[in-house]
Ligand binder design. Sequence first.
Ligand code: AMP
Ligand code: ZN
Length: 113
Amino acid sequence: MSDCLFCKIIKGEIPSTKVYEDELVYAFKDINPIAPVHVLIIPKQHISMLWDVNEENSAVISHIYEVAGKIAKELGLENGFRVATNCGEDAGQTVFHIHFHLIGGRKLGWEEQ
Ligand code: AMP
Ligand code: ZN
């Protein structure tokens, strides 16, 4: 997707602070963090939103959860962390390349953001 912000970040056309990368996923610091640790984990393949996850592309989603645990450990989030995906308008999705917010480093309330 040539006009997708996160596809451009993956290609290095827009700068980002990389936290992790492998052949399937890219993880980088959120530009507007809501917690001491706020990382976005995205598949390199363009998937717009959770509605578009299906049996053909869902393997990358389970991989993202594996990666999330590894990143959380590396960043010292032994006390816990959250992985969240906003899908659609009511949830406040603003970038339509599916992404997983990994947030931690403080006590997290349930009803926030
Ligand atoms: P969402 O509201 O779930 O779609 O989340 C989009 C996230 O992308 C927000 O937390 C933004 O702060 C973040 N974001 C937007 N542009 C950038 C960027 N250029 N680099 C890093 N994070 C970004
Ligand atoms: Zn994209």
